[in-house]
Write a protein that binds this ligand. Structure first.
Ligand code: KIV
Ligand code: ZN
Length: 512
């Protein structure tokens, strides 16, 4: 079996999804899970893009061992130096530098001639190589670039020290057969190509990211760049879970293997969905809610007789539990700790105290605590230290009442209380929050989903709120959907504070 390297860019290209803003703790949590998943490379961010990006790449480089940690840099000295500053403490650092190579990008965006681009690429790789042994070079918008120019450029950057050359379909324009041929031509016509790993990076604008990546593998690509749940710029990137399971399930056809620990896929998908605030669509391949649900009687009958009649993958293989394991209010601390360990959380005493307290509080409101509930509970843990917290919530609504909400928030440890009326209880509660924070948030998206089955399922709410024209998502979970909505809004507000989209309100004592 030929080995395919999995380069995960959830924390860089994935984080470029509209509305997604992860803080450092969240990025670290995802990076650790990606290491557990067995990704070969984690692209941790774009260090020069912001101080937050720089710090996150540096912490991931320091703390996450196993995978190569990559940082993105444009093809210039300042970007590359900054990337290296963030990466140098990594066990296996990689500088990933790029420049656009299509006529359309060179002419309109870069305003550089092809010879200038070639010189800049060569110079960037040479400089990166003087700092770091592992250098990747990407030709942005490669799929719309002249193939002869690309071969010439790849030859030069390999000479300058690039270990990996990446062929992105930046705008998701390529068609699978065409892209496969394109990759073959590059491999055939770049004289020193055997000295580098050939990589592809496909976007999903036409829904072809996976098909294009697979065509590239057939043509000889050895590294695939992808993201969890396929998140990323616009329609996103090739989804890691789809790619890996296609290679696994059709090993007979592709003859390849990856290092991915498939039973970690579902947990990784859930974590990324929760932290980015991007729900996974129900019919999404591999990790969608319906991916292993059989609705028609004929299919159900077939699966009951023999699973493989209608299931090409065993859900257990990607870490989906088929038998429900539930805890309840009589479950003790030991059982809770053990179940959390099975789910990949090794909790220290203090973390255990706090998580167990929340678990008990939830068990008082909900009879059966499922795996989905436990994962959501751990998601809430990170909110425990956030600047603003919900203290209490009271709502009144009905068919003949004006919906009203009264709530208390602590901000800077100070309890602030407000009441407001609205079109419905959620609207009233959001207005009350806005009265307290004065942040001027505009709700642009609201989604509600049950995170597990049954009458007492918890509701998960994702909101997108625009603060000063910056879209920020928030996530909240509760057995009460109004409370889940309020938590989601507060979560978005906390993220807006962290990213500087809004400033903290002054404590009352300091107000004029
Ligand atoms: O889509 C793209 O071209 C990229 C490069 C920076 C690799 O993300
Ligand atoms: Zn990209």
């Amino acid at each position: 079996m030929k080995r395919i390297y999995i380069f995960d860019t959830t924390l860089r290209d994935g984080e470029q999804s509209p509305g997604v803003a992860l803080n450092m703790g969240e990025k670290l949590q995802i990076a650790r899970q990606l290491a557990r998943l067995g990704a070969d490379v984690i692209e941790a961010g774009f260090p020069i893009a912001s101080e937050g990006d720089f710090q996150a790449v540096r912490e991931i480089a320091r703390q996450v061992k196993g995978p190569v940690i990559a940082g993105l840099a444009r093809a210039n000295k300042a970007d590359i130096d900054r990337a290296w500053e963030a990466l140098q403490e990594a066990e296996k650092p990689r500088i990933h530098t790029f420049i656009a190579t299509s006529a359309i990008h060179m002419q309109h965006k870069l305003r550089m001639s092809s010879e200038e681009v070639l010189a800049a690429a060569e110079e960037a790789v040479r400089h990166a190589k003087s700092l770091c042994a592992d250098v990747e070079f990407s030709a942005e918008d490669a799929s719309r670039s002249d193939v002869d120019f690309l071969c010439r450029l790849f030859e030069k950057v390999i000479e300058a020290g690039a270990n990996v050359i990446n062929i992105p379909d930046t705008v998701g324009y390529a068609a699978p057969e065409e892209f496969g041929t394109f990759v073959s031509e590059i491999i055939a016509n770049t004289p020193n190509i055997d000295q580098a790993v050939v990589s592809v990076h496909c976007h999903n604008d036409l829904g072809l990211a996976i098909a294009n990546s697979l065509a590239a593998i057939k043509a000889g690509a050895q590294q695939i760049e992808c993201t969890i749940n396929g998140i990323g710029e616009r329609a996103g990137n090739a989804a890691l879970e789809e790619l890996v399971m296609a290679l696994y399930t059709r090993g007979d056809f592709y003859g390849t293997s990856t290092s991915i620990v498939t039973k970690e896929i579902y947990r990784t998908s859930t974590l990324v969905s929760r932290l980015t605030g991007m729900f996974v669509q129900a019919n999404k391949a591999v990790v969608g809610k319906n991916a292993f649900t059989h609705e028609s009687g004929i299919h159900q009958d077939g699966v009951l007789k023999e699973r493989t009649t209608y299931e090409i993958m065993n859900p257990k293989l990607i870490g989906i539990e088929t038998e429900a394991i539930v805890l309840g209010k009589h479950s003790g601390r030991h059982a809770f700790k053990q179940r959390m360990a099975e789910l990949g959380y090794s909790l220290e005493e203090r973390e255990l105290d706090s998580a167990f307290f929340r678990f008990k509080a939830l068990a008082d409101r909900k009879k059966e605590i499922t795996t989905a509930d436990l994962l959501a509970l751990m998601g809430e843990e990170r909110e425990a230290n956030a600047v603003s917290q919900l203290e209490y919530l009271q709502v009144s609504s009905g068919t003949r009442t004006v919906p009203t909400a009264t709530l208390g928030l602590t901000i800077n440890q100070e309890l602030l209380e407000e009441a407001a009326c609205g079109d419905g209880p959620v609207d009233a509660a959001f207005k009350a929050i806005e009265k307290i924070t004065g942040a001027g948030g505009v709700l642009t998206n609201y989604q509600l989903e049950a995170i597990s089955g049954g009458m007492d399922a918890q509701g998960a709410v994702i909101v997108t709120v625009e603060f000063n024209k910056k879209a920020i998502t928030g996530y909240g979970v509760s057995p009460d959907i109004i409370e889940a909505s309020v938590k989601a809004y507060i979560n978005a507000y906390n993220r807006a504070l962290e990213t500087g989209a809004v400033t903290k309100p002054l404590p009352k004592a300091q107000e004029a």
